[in-house]
Every structure is written in C-alpha cells, then in structure tokens.
Design a protein around this ligand. Structure first.
Ligand code: PLP
Length: 413
C-alpha cells in the first residue's frame, strides 16, 4: 500500500471545497477520474460567478459607470493573476481566449498566416492534441508550408535525436505540448525551446495539461507562445489564455476584427488597432468566466501546486501498481516523467465497454482516442481507457476504481 502520510495536502479539506463530490452516480459515491478532460470547480469559483452576476455585471473597458469600472478591474485583475501563475514578464503578454484551442488557432491565424509560406517548415510532435495539429494543417493547405512530425517511441517519449535532426534553417516554428493529455508524458520543453532557438525557430507550447500539475515559468522555459485552458485548472469552461512575448505580439496582425480591438475606425484612412493585449480580444469577452479563471488560480495557489503535484504523483504510482496486477492489462505510456494520467488497454475488453460499465460503479473515466489519433496509431491502439487525477482524488477512490475495473473485465471476458 502506497504511503501518503508524508504529503502536505489535506485531501479531506480539499474535497470540502468541491460540492459536486457530494453527489452520487448510480447510487454510488462519484469517483471522478476524468480530470484531464475537464476538472471540477471549487465553491470559490462558483461563488465568483454568483458575485459577478449579482453585484457587478457590466461590459468592460468602455464604460464610465461604477459597475463597468468594477467589472473591468476584476477582469484585469484576473489577467495579472494569470501573468503571475505562468511567470510572464508583463500582463499585456496575456491574451484571454475561449481556451487552449482558440489560443493555438490565434497563433496559427495571426503569426502563422503572416510569417509562413512555401519552403517553410513547422515541427509538431506525434503526441499533439488535435488542436495543435489541425490549425497547422488548415493553414498549410493555404500557405504551402510543410509540417514535419517529431516521432515518439514505444514508451510515449519524444525522440529528441530525431527532433534535433529535423530542425534546420527552414524550421520556423516548433509546436509541442508540455504534457500529453493521452499519456501524461512530460516533455522537456525548456531544452527543446533552447535548441529550436539555436535554429532561429519560435516555440509554441500547448500547456493545457501542464497548468494543473506543473509550475509554469514561461520566461524560464524561454517560450515564445504558451496556451492554457481555465477548465483544466479548476476553473470554468469558456476561458483560457495565450501567452506571447510582447515583441512578437506587437508585430503580429489582428486575427479577428470587431469592437475592443481597434484604436480608430474610418472609411477614409486605414483603421488602426489597439495595443496588446486588446488587439487580440475582439468583442465582448467571457467576463465572468475570466474572473472565475483568476479565482481558480487563487484556489490552486492556496493549496500549493507543488503539494497538488506531489499528491497526484503518489496517486498515479498507487494506481499504476494496483492495475499492474490485473491480468491482460497493459499501461499505454510508460515515460519516466509523467503527470497524473493512467492510460491502459485490456486484452479481451474493449475500452468503450469498460468506460460504460465502470460508470455503473460511480467511476468516471474517459475512453477513446483522446483527440490524439496520430499518437494512438503510433502506439498500435485505436482507443485507451484513461484515468486522470486531481487534487481532490484519494487512494480509496483508486481502490474503488481498481475493484470496479476488475469486476467489469470479468463481466466482459
Ligand atoms: N491541448 C491539450 C493537450 C488538451 O488536453 C486539450 C483538451 O483536452 C486541448 C489542447 C484543448 O483544450 P480546450 O478544449 O480547452 O480548448
């Protein structure tokens, strides 16, 4: 039995912050292990919405009245909270988006459309989420550049020798995830960024899965762009952020036009644009969601990301050891550096059936290709079961999951 007593996370106290954990599913206590898809929100985040709509709802930036002022301040405070969370140098380097997907598309449509053309190469890894593949494929069809793929070995680790060989003077951008959503592999983004920079390429990091588990330091990494989603960090859906180095963002054209992002609009002389970050925030943003995103980060800070990470690592170790006793179960993704994700397949039991049946035990896991079809195909599977952990999960829940899994497998064989 794995020991948890040395860890500085009071899981009983943490769980009290999450009202949803009190509910039952099919008459059983909810065991929520689908955190990599979206994680649950603490009461303080739910309260942030309530407070926003009860006390300060107004459109931001343009109003002169008190509510507009307060809503603007709350929104801009959230920007500063995100800035500190990822250690950006300035808050104007943080652009609010609907999430990681929109952040990655922003880079493709603004920086990519302006800077990529025939003869250029973009490197993406074989373990990317589709949202860091498809925007580049769409743009490549239009702009005629080439996409090259950094391969992954059978453990789910990036082949860094191949990466070095792929980099050359035509490489303009390396787009890579910090942590794989399908396997949990942690990629050496700092080293990869340094190498890319030696070749004059920029680096875009998809941090959707890193943000809940790893202290992010965009300056320390040297990242040119970094994307994250609020709902993977105990926040709401519909909000996320793109970090971009100020000088890059300043040189990039807008990607969506509308209110908020202009300086002056005229039919007679060219329209001029607002300074960053507003140049990239056309229209009314998801104000309450952004405010709640800030509150979610404050919640994470109140627990301590390092304590959360240590707890989840121990859960991962416990779960990995426990499932390894199940006959015919194979863990997919055995990288030495992993975060909070246990992906597996079972001989004679289809992943979808496992996911459906284990729900009857109150256990929520995700099954399928996890929006990473090239990765799964490289590893010779078309679907896996994925249990992913968060700060509120317990070793007892892991035991319920493993028992349920064994029952389900017996039913299916
Ligand atoms: N990148 C990774 C690694 C992810 O895990 C996800 C979501 O699962 C995304 C990108 C897309 O994030 P969102 O759906 O919040 O835009």
């Amino acid at each position: 039995m794995t020991n948890f007593s040395d860890l500085l996370l009071d899981v009983a106290r943490v769980r009290k912050d999450f009202p949803i954990l009190e509910r039952e599913v099919h008459g059983k206590p909810l065991v929520y292990f689908d955190n990599a898809a979206t994680c649950q929100t603490p009461q303080s985040v739910i309260d942030a919405f309530d407070h926003y709509y009860r006390r300060m709802n107004a459109n931001i930036h343009r109003g002169l009245h008190s509510l507009a002022d307060e809503a603007t301040a709350a929104f801009e405070n959230a920007r500063e909270t995100v800035r500190a969370f990822i250690n950006a140098a300035e808050s104007r380097e943080v652009i609010f988006t609907r999430g990681t997907t929109e952040a990655l598309n922003l880079v493709a449509q603004s920086w990519g459309r302006a800077n990529l053309g025939a003869g250029d190469e973009v490197l993406v890894s074989q373990m990317e989420h589709h949202s860091n593949i498809v925007p580049w494929q769409l743009l490549a069809q239009e702009r005629g550049f080439t996409i090259k793929v950094i391969p992954v070995d059978e453990r789910g680790v990036l082949d860094l020798h191949a990466y070095h060989d792929l980099l050359n003077e035509r490489t303009r951008l390396v787009a890579v995830n910090h942590v794989s959503n399908a396997l949990g592999t942690i990629n050496p983004v700092k080293e990869m960024t340094a190498t890319a920079h030696e070749h004059g390429a920029l680096v875009l990091i998809d941090g959707a899965q890193a943000a809940p588990h790893i202290a992010i330091d965009v300056q320390g990494i040297g990242a040119d762009f970094y994307a994250l989603s609020a709902h993977k960090v105990y926040g709401p859906t519909g909000a996320g952020a793109l970090y971009g180095r100020a000088e890059l963002l300043e040189a990039m054209p807008p990607w969506q036009g509308g209110g908020e992002m202009i300086a002056t609009v005229s039919f007679d002389v060219p329209t001029t644009f607002a300074d960053i970050p507003h140049k990239f925030e056309a229209g009314t943003p998801a104000i309450a969601e952004v405010v709640a995103f800030g509150r979610a980060i404050e919640w994470v800070n109140s627990i301590g990301l390092e304590h959360i990470a240590a707890w989840e690592n121990r859960l991962l170790k416990h779960a990995s050891e426990a499932v390894s006793g199940i006959d015919g179960l194979r863990i997919i993704g055995t990288a030495p550096e992993k975060a909070a994700v246990l992906s597996f397949v079972v001989d004679g039991a289809h992943s979808q059936d496992i996911g459906l049946l284990i729900d009857q035990f109150g256990v929520a896991i995700r099954t399928g290709h996890h929006c990473a079809q090239p990765l799964l195909s490289r590893l010779g599977v078309d679907a896996t079961c994925r249990a992913s952990f968060a700060a509120y999960n317990t070793p007892e829940e892991v035991d319920v999951f493993v028992d349920g899994l064994q029952h389900v497998i017996n039913m299916l064989r």
